[in-house]
Design a protein around this ligand. Structure first.
Ligand code: HEC
Length: 112
């Protein structure tokens, strides 16, 4: 019984740590930085800006069209970026860079 109680206490205090304002702040994604990262790392192949007219660069989808795929989600993007396809060079993002790039791509999604 006391052991359970300790586990409960640990879970509760973890929750408090995760939701404390200071930490919540650092978890907010920064699409601006995501755009900078995209411009420097991805724009050799992808058109990374928001212009809907630019669908593709030599057959590779633009970030705009990627963002607007019907089934697109942060999770899909994360796996597409973490497990790159052959043509795509492996980029090692930190978690926060990955989050920023994803939030930038998702910011190109048109509100429906
Ligand atoms: C060397 C060329 C190249 C570079 C650099 C590159 N990509 Fe790609 N990427 C591709 C190709 C080729 C595909 C697959 C064809 C397509 O989806 O149009 C692709 C597909 C994707 C997809 C999958 C889209 C989907 O929904 O299936 C995502 C997401 C993506 N790239 C993100 C990125 C990000 C983020 C970067 C920069 C860190 C990047 N790519 C850099 C070539 C590249």
């Amino acid at each position: 019984m006391p052991r359970r109680w300790l586990q409960w206490l640990a879970a509760v205090s973890m929750g408090a740590v995760l939701t404390s304002p200071a930490i919540a702040q650092s978890v907010v994604a920064d699409p601006g930085r995501g755009r900078e990262l995209s411009e420097s790392l991805c724009s050799t192949c992808h058109i990374v800006d928001a212009s809907p007219g630019n669908i593709a660069k030599s057959d590779i989808s633009s970030f705009f069209s990627i963002a607007n795929r019907v089934d697109q989600s942060r999770e899909r993007l994360a796996s597409a970026i973490i497990f790159p396809h052959p043509e795509m060079p492996k980029v090692s993002f930190t978690n926060s860079e990955l989050r920023d790039v994803i939030s930038y791509i998702m910011s190109l999604r048109e509100k429906k």
